[in-house]
Design a protein around this ligand. Structure first.
Ligand code: NDP
Length: 309
């Protein structure tokens, strides 16, 4: 039975800690905002965005990550300390799905260029053969979990033919063909858009690099909403400079925030968003529902939802 849940101030990246604390006011354990290592002393559970070494020294039973990606947590050491880690997968399908079809629509309808021109008060009709529409275009979604399925459902509704890649090649709704990771290059070779939605793991790190850009079509767009380390940023810049790709929409980068000197900022055919694909004013409510469910499961001695280690 938990007695005190801390809401770490790092959640502030996505919502004010107080709104989650207030949303959880009905759960049995006390819920308090914590900032320093000393504040952790009284807590047996922590809801957090960031990871800090001090979490290992506190007497925590459970840490909940408000992100779906948990690559920043040291799984082995958490396991050794007997601290359960849960993630927030399952809550980002609509926000990230809408962001990705937004990227596709921007590229197809040239909205990113019109917005750039507007800033300069330039009335410029696009080249006749630059704009296109989405019906009949094709998309490969790499990673078919919550994000991937959210993207696929929306792209399918816009008339795009969607294929995908995942570890277990079982059929997925809205996906006309599911490939295995070993077939990645075949899956991305003949599509207009490639959306990357896999977790950052030893297996996926750097898995979208020069070889993959080499097999992609020259009129293809890369859309990365996973983690920066999955895509080789410098190989991507090379491919963009050499016109091996038509463009890229990037929400995540090897270095975040994206450094001022990065060439990604300057390129007309690159859309940069600040790791905000999942941003949503309802975010705290969805995290609150996951936390509430796991408080119930802990009480009932059931397996935790979204259990990582
Ligand atoms: P899920 O766990 O729901 O889905 C992960 C998917 O990736 C599964 O379909 C899995 O396959 C597949 N996968 C894993 N390894 C590979 C591989 N080597 N090759 C191909 N597919 C693979 O996670 P989410 O959809 O919730 O999130 C995915 C990632 O996206 C997160 O880990 C996080 O890093 C990032 N993310 C980014 C956000 C943003 O704001 N930009 C927001 C949320 C998440 P299988 O189904 O076979 O297991």
């Amino acid at each position: 039975m938990l007695s005190r849940i801390g809401v770490h101030t790092s959640v502030d990246v996505l919502f004010p800690p107080s709104v989650l604390r207030d949303a959880l006011s009905d759960v049995e354990p006390t819920v308090e905002i914590v900032e320093t290592a000393a504040d952790l002393d009284e807590c047996d559970a922590l809801v957090t965005f960031s990871y800090d070494e001090s979490f290992l020294d506190a007497d925590l039973d459970w840490i909940h990550s408000i992100q779906s990606g948990v690559d920043r947590f040291p799984f082995d050491r958490l396991e050794r300390r007997g601290i359960a880690l849960t993630s927030s997968t399952g809550i980002h399908g609509d926000s990230v799905g809408e962001t990705v079809v937004g990227y596709m629509l921007q590229f197809a309808r040239r909205l990113h260029v019109h917005r750039d021109n507007e800033r300069r008060r330039e009335w410029q009709f696009p080249p006749w053969d630059a704009p296109f529409t989405l019906p009949g275009e094709s998309l490969c979604v790499v990673g078919l979990g919550t994000l991937g399925q959210g993207i696929a459902r929306r792209a399918d509704a816009l008339g795009v033919d969607v294929v995908g890649v995942k570890r277990t090649p079982t059929p997925v709704e809205h996906i006309s063909r599911v490939y295995t990771p070993g077939e990645l290059q075949e899956a991305i070779a003949d599509v207009r858009f490639v959306a990357v939605a896999v977790p950052l793991t030893d297996r996926t790190e750097g898995s979208i690099g020069a070889d993959e850009f080499g097999v992609m079509r020259e009129d293809a767009y890369l859309l990365n909403v996973s983690r920066g380390g999955v895509v080789d940023d410098s190989a991507l810049l090379d491919a963009l400079r050499d016109d091996e790709l038509a463009g890229a929409a990037l929400d995540v980068f090897e270095t975040e925030p994206l450094p001022d000197r990065s060439e990604f900022w300057e390129r007309e055919n690159v859309i940069v968003t600040p790791h905000a694909a999942a941003a949503n004013r309802e975010y705290y409510r969805r995290v609150g529902a996951l936390v509430r469910e796991n408080v119930r499961r802990l009480d009932a001695n059931e397996t935790l939802a979204n259990h990582v280690v």
